[in-house]
Design a protein around this ligand. Sequence first.
Ligand code: ARG
Length: 444
Amino acid sequence: MAALSVSTHFDWVLAPYDIAASKAHATVLHAAGLLADDELIAMHAALDALLADVTSGAFAPEPSDEDVHSALERGLIDRAGRELGGKLRAGRSRNDQVATLYRLWLRDAARDIAGSVLDLQGALVDQAEAHPGAAMPGRTHFQHAQPVLLAHHLAAHAQALVRDVDRIRDWDRRAAVSPYGSGALAGSSLGLDPQAIADQLGLASVSQNSIDGTASRDFAAELAFVLAMLAVDVSRWAEEVIVFTTAEFGYARLHDAFATGSSIMPQKKNPDIAELARGKAGRLIGNLAGLLATLKALPLAYNRDLQEDKEPLIDSVTQLRILLPAVTGMTATLTFDTARMAAMAPAGFSLATDIAEWLVRQGVPFRDAHEAAGECVALAESTGRNLDELTDVEFAGISPALMPAVREVLTVEGALASRSAIGGTAPVRVAEQLAGLRARIAAD
Ligand code: ARG
């Protein structure tokens, strides 16, 4: 029973929050006339001493302690004596305690992670700004599609991370609710003021239903999703780093400090950080799925199953705290071979859409324009040439509308510049986009 039940090996991270909440609880007991003035002072002094000992490691859980709450109660009684220490338990339960403390821990962790995401966004935007005009092949279905700016592509990853940070901020507002005062499930009869505790803990409001307060863990599941989504977004960039740094692509090189060698192959430079990013995303998805499975069909109110709510999130947070700075360093030190990317940008007849859209601007229906551009591709391909190597006569033979002026879009620069509506890859739009991202990062 004891071996199964004990949770101090993971819930000890809640100890400073538990002590802060205990101090707040003591003040409402005092306000309700359940602690005398001198008792409140002594209680706070004992809790401060306990916090100092927890911080220094002088006080730690023992095998006989079931969880962080019971360990700290033992520590308090050691310091305040049985009579005073025993008074703090009035009007609260471990059920409302843990539901509150876990929110406090998650809010701090989420804020910390948001800061690391901003650093990664910054590294992506730095790289984008360092390569303002560099073109690369844009892909759909992983096939060459249309040329894009490297800066536009990097900014696309930064945009996904902006939403990840937004989700953390949105979640934070929803999570700022205090279940303290819900008691075991039905609330407290002692005239304690839950809002006063919430105020002292920096939580905006109080649970409106004590059953919900003690039984709900959707705040944890929601953050598990937000963090899994973040890891998935990071994994998409990581996968591209893996591909871009292969000999076949040759778009980028990893810095030695952010790559690993092989124990047998002396030439190897492996993208382990990116691979771990890919792998960790799977792990974080598992943490989300596991927590949802724990919550599914669980009757109200508190059940001990809920103790399983902590390890998945503690793990997701721990992994991201290690992973994000590594991915940021890898990103910041990546060297792009812009000549190689530029050379590949028009490959695969990626300017064919530009021919079709140029024809549309001349008044040709898109259906016919698409067909004519397709014929240009077929002719160029069968004769081993690029689209801009077709002659004026050949263009005119395919469609009388295909006048020599079509050549203005048969360069990568022309194709990029023409995509100048909001969100497009034209250099002017990308520069605006990067300025917007910079402003977002600074504001967060
Ligand atoms: N360690 C428990 C948890 O994390 C705290 C609440 C225990 N309550 C109880 N009645 N056994 O969920």
